[in-house]
Design a binder for this molecule. Structure first.
Ligand SMILES: CC(=O)N[C@H]1[C@@H](OP(=O)(O)OP(=O)(O)OC[C@H]2O[C@@H](n3ccc(=O)[nH]c3=O)[C@H](O)[C@@H]2O)O[C@H](CO)[C@@H](O)[C@@H]1O[C@H](C)C(=O)N[C@@H](C)C(=O)N[C@H](CCC(=O)O)C(=O)O
Ligand SMILES: Nc1ncnc2c1ncn2[C@@H]1O[C@H](COP(=O)(O)OP(=O)(O)OP(=O)(O)O)[C@@H](O)[C@H]1O
Ligand SMILES: N[C@H](CCC[C@H](N)C(=O)O)C(=O)O
Ligand SMILES: [Mg+2]
Length: 487
């Protein structure tokens, strides 16, 4: 049990009605989750306004309410407090409620359009193999040492996030590595956290349905760096032209990494092949299991973070050299078929182009590249024709299929993708909406040594259609179909 006035520490209150010395049993931002003794925080969302559910929260047992607009006649049986931005206040409140866990371990946040999951997963595995207790918050899963906890978001909501950090502290974690999505920054999910460091990977076209303009998207990511304390490090990829913008107003100590310019952490690609990457990092040449130039950035960022956190460089490189790629990230689906198959989570134009360019660079003869790809529903529509055109440009055959249609009409999604397909690409394009059938067709078309890329869903083990998640795993279906068409 915590006292209301203590959990409102650092929240700027504009007005108060009622007793601030009451006990609070739980913090909730959803009236449906409120139980007796809870504090309800009313948040304006993208669909509805949480203020409309205050009465319901009180009926469910809320004893205090945090709101942005004080009701004209506040219910006298509960305490009401008013603050300007409840979504940000919720971050501070959740942090106070769980004893400010982010201050009790070293929390590193990774942001960027692509590469967050890969980078935090590598960091988690590296620090575990270096003998530390570590926590992970990622799109694929959350993890505390050896315990896995299902993830519903790339970055959890304020309450779940602080609860998980507290569990990490309780289980002795010295470090936590987390993905910071742009949605999370905008919705105040990271407000009140104290980061030991933050990393900027890159920014490219995505989520414009939410941020509306690319500039808003950049400015949202920058807020992570604006919020860092002076004790933190701010590490940016200088090869991305928006890298410097991120640190314009930061109080943190600035560091940069990249492949192009003289930076604090610089790498050179010596070999980039289907077997892995050989990089020169700080004069040491090291082999890594990850594939593709884009992974050189992820590996270099991991090396830099480990160095900034005080780990010994040569030990880091030795351990990192043996670490596998994150699930569904350029994951080779190995069977005894002579066809090579790759599952990758590329769901942005930039990621798709990187992966297909990487595959293209490995061609040694006249092997065909067959790509199966779709675009998610209820997500950025502008990227659909761009992704389609990139897929067709770099493939000999491309099959457009369903990703997660969610609440959209899948035929319309594919129609929008086809907007990127001009007359020259039409000949190599097939439309097979059923993803299983699309993968089957790709396998049936492939001959010896051809390469199949199934893009967009990576580690996902479901397909989301109208709010229902149906079992679906690209990797399992690929394995089954490759076996079926094996000569
Ligand atoms: C668009 C978006 O990000 N939405 C997130 C947002 O919900 P919202 O703003 O739509 O909420 P709302 O439905 O309008 O409700 C407003 C408020 O009223 C409350 N409410 C609502 C109904 C009710 O009966 N009672 C009640 O109290 C809600 O709990 C909420 O506090 O806040 C919710 C709570 O934190 C999130 O679960 C929800 O994520 C949805 C499910 C989602 O799909 N988000 C995706 C887009 C997302 O966040 N993705 C990013 C990264 C993507 C990437 O990796 O590239 C992520 O971090 O995962
Ligand atoms: N550093 C990188 N630069 C560009 N593309 C990358 C990079 N790392 C990975 N990718 C590509 O982007 C895809 C997604 O990678 P990853 O899951 O690591 O990114 P993410 O930022 O976590 O994505 P999300 O926003 O969905 O959480 C990969 O499957 C790969 O195709
Ligand atoms: N985590 C991201 C990636 C989704 C990947 C893709 N499979 C899709 O459904 O669009 C999101 O929620 O936007
Ligand atoms: Mg991710």
């Amino acid at each position: 049990m915590k006292i209301l006035k203590d959990i409102l520490y650092n929240v700027n209150l504009t007005s108060v009605s009622g007793n601030m010395n009451i006990e609070i049993a739980d913090v909730c931002f959803d009236s449906r989750a409120v139980k007796a003794g809870s504090l309800f925080v009313a948040v304006k969302g993208t669909q509805v306004d949480g203020h409309e559910y205050i009465e319901r929260a009180i009926a469910n047992g809320a004893v205090a309410v945090v709101c942005q607009e004080m009701p004209l006649l506040p219910d006298r049986s509960v305490t009401f407090v008013e603050t300007a931005e409840t979504h940000r206040a919720l971050g501070f409140i959740a942090s106070n409620f769980y004893g400010n866990p982010s201050k009790k371990l070293k929390l590193v946040g990774v942001t960027g359009t692509n590469g967050k999951t890969t980078t935090v997963t590598l960091l988690f595995r590296l620090f575990r193999s270096l003998g530390h207790n570590v926590g992970l918050l990622s799109t694929v899963k959350n993890q505390i040492n050896d315990r896995t906890i299902k993830a519903s978001h790339t970055t959890p909501d304020q309450v779940s996030l602080n609860r998980l950090l507290k569990e990490m502290v309780d289980e002795g974690c010295e470090y936590a590595f987390m993905e910071v999505s742009s949605h999370a920054i905008d919705q105040g999910r990271i407000a009140g956290l104290e980061f030991a460091g933050a990393v900027f990977m890159n920014i490219s076209h995505d989520h414009l349905d939410y941020h509306l303009t690319f500039d808003n998207y950049i400015q949202t990511k920058k807020k992570l760096f604006d919020s860092l304390p002076a004790t933190a490090f701010a590490l940016v990829n200088l090869d991305d032209k928006r890298g410097q913008i991120m640190t314009q107003n930061t109080k943190a100590t600035q560091y940069a990494f990249g492949l192009k310019f003289m930076t604090d952490y610089k790498a050179k690609i010596i070999t980039n092949s289907y077997q892995g990457l050989e990089l020169d990092i700080n004069g040491q040449s090291v082999w890594f299991r990850l594939i593709g130039k884009f992974n050189a950035y992820n590996l270099l960022a991991v090396f830099a973070v480990a160095d900034l956190l005080g780990e010994e460089q040569s030990e880091v490189l030795m351990m990192l050299s043996g670490i596998e790629t994150a699930p569904g990230r350029f994951e080779a689906v190995n069977t005894d078929s002579s066809v090579r198959a790759i599952v990758d989570y590329a769901h942005t134009p930039d990621a798709l182009e990187n992966v297909l360019q990487t595959i293209d660079s490995f061609r040694t003869g006249n092997e065909k590249v067959i790509t199966v790809v779709g675009c998610g529903g209820d997500r950025d529509r502008e990227k659909r024709p761009v992704m389609a055109s990139i897929a067709a440009k770099w493939s000999d055959k491309v099959i457009f299929t369903d990703d997660n249609p969610r609440n959209e009409n899948p035929d319309m999604i594919i129609k929008e993708m086809m907007g990127g397909i001009g007359p020259t690409f039409v000949k190599k394009t097939l439309i097979i909406r059923d993803r299983r059938e699309a993968i089957k067709t790709a396998c049936s078309l492939a001959s010896d040594h051809d390469i199949i890329l199934v893009a967009g869903k990576g580690h996902e083990t479901y397909q989301e259609i109208k709010g229902v998640r149906h079992d679906f795993d690209d990797r399992a279906i690929l394995r089954e179909m490759l076996e079926l068409f094996k000569d």
